[in-house]
Design a protein around this ligand. Structure first.
Ligand code: NAD
Ligand code: MG
Length: 385
């Protein structure tokens, strides 16, 4: 039996995932005691959350000018890597890792050492940390619960496998904001075009990743590590309605799917309440209103980042880290309006080709590969990075 009330840490509390998790915590005060809240720089937003949830410890990477009197009741950790340090003194049973980018890897690592369960939204940490993160979860006997909607769907479907082998994991993709644009429109898409996601409201970085479909690439790699499946057993299908969250195909051809409205509180709540299910007040799915569910093959010409992810996964070693690191630099440059949208894919491709292969044996190796990828991407993008 789970403790009646779990002590939970929300890392990246001011973001899209963090605030939706807090929505659920707010609905179930008897189930969740929020003991740790962290963010990078959104101090005012974090102060409000601290006032409401009254955690034991809170953290900001970027030091605020002042700490208001009424938030000083809790312990504050400020400066670089503050989330990981705060988590370690929080006494949390569960940590929701919802920081964006490889910046969150140190948190995931810390969460695995000090929490029973790690609720993982921060896919970049797993893509970069790969086998090291999975091995740490195994050796410390920690439960790693996926929050990404596709992985949550697969995790739920796999609970019905009854020991049977799996033929394929089938990830669904909305296709992102540029799904129906021509190659030329994709090349020159503006920040506004790209941030207008058809079905999901999310942070800026992942919304750009959806538009390049690199997000689906990160998710293929994430699925490989989480579920121990080879690249050729992981498929992607474009599904514009975002109602089927992903599927598992068994050897007899049976395909199990998990469905729901596109609302991240579904997978977030499932991870938070696991193995229980927590109603979160979302609209029930009405298939009659949805009408039809459609599926099509991804277009790898217009969206070359998806096949690149498979290449990186098959190459192994430092390639997934390089794939992720070069993308983080290019996305930031795009969001800063310094490079064209099409540059993102070219930058990632160039980094995969240029950065030499190196084995990954430790977390230091991961950070080194990430630094190499970033340095290369910066050179590739010239003064615009
Ligand atoms: P976001 O940009 O909305 O929020 C990010 C949060 O992390 C903010 O609270 C920010 O202050 C904090 N943060 C950023 N850098 C940090 C750092 N260096 N140290 C400490 N805190 C830092 O992002 P998001 O959309 O909530 O996404 C978070 C993660 O979840 C990403 O890895 C994303 O891929 C994944 N994810 C998000 C969604 C979604 O619906 N938003 C869905 C699936 C997966
Ligand atoms: Mg997803």
């Amino acid at each position: 039996m789970m403790d009646l009330q779990r002590k939970i840490a929300i890392l990246g509390a001011t973001g899209s995932i963090g605030t939706q998790a807090l929505d659920i915590a707010r609905r179930y005060p008897e189930r969740f005691r929020v003991v740790c809240l962290t963010a990078r720089s959104s101090a005012e937003k974090l102060f409000d959350l601290v006032r409401e949830f009254r955690p034991r410890v809170a953290a900001l990477d970027v030091e605020p000018e002042t700490l208001p009197e009424d938030v000083r009741f809790c312990e504050w950790v400020l400066g670089e890597d503050s989330s990981a340090r705060a988590l370690q003194i929080s006494g949390a049973d569960d940590a929701l890792c919802a920081v964006v980018g490889i910046a969150g890897l140190s948190n995931v690592w810390a969460a695995l050492s000090c929490c029973e369960r790690v609720l993982l939204a921060n896919k970049e940490a797993l893509v970069a940390g790969g086998d090291l993160v999975m091995e740490r979860a195994r050796s410390l006997n920690r439960q790693l619960l996926p929050v990404d909607s596709e992985h949550s769907a697969i995790f739920q479907c796999l609970r019905a496998r009854e020991g049977n082998p799996v033929r394929h994991l089938i990830l669904t993709a909305s296709g992102g904001a540029l799904r129906d644009r021509t190659a030329e429109e994709v090349e020159n898409a503006s920040v506004e075009d790209v941030l207008r996601h058809p079905t999901w409201r999310m942070g800026a970085k992942i919304t750009v990743d959806c538009a390049t479909m690199l997000n689906k690439g990160l998710e293929v790699i994430e699925a490989h590590y989480l579920f121990g499946m080879d690249a050729d057993k992981i498929r992607v299908v474009v599904h514009p309605e975002s109602v089927v969250h992903s599927m598992v195909e068994f050897e007899d051809g049976a395909v199990l799917a998990q469905l729901g409205n596109p609302d991240m509180r579904g997978p977030i709540g499932y991870a938070m309440g696991f193995p229980g299910r927590l109603p979160y007040g979302g609209e029930p799915l009405s298939l009659a209103d949805v009408g039809s569910l459609t599926f099509r093959k991804p277009d790898t010409e217009r969206f070359p980042c998806l096949p690149m992810a498979y290449e990186a996964l098959r190459a192994g070693a430092n390639a997934p880290v390089v794939f992720n690191g070069a993308n983080e630099v290019a996305v930031e440059a795009f969001l800063g309006r310094r490079v064209r949208f099409g540059e993102i894919a070219r930058c990632v491709r160039a980094a995969l080709e240029a950065v030499p292969q190196r084995e990954i044996r430790s977390l230091e190796d991961v950070f080194l590969a990430d630094r190499e990828a970033r340095a290369y991407a910066q050179t590739f993008l010239g003064g615009r990075a």
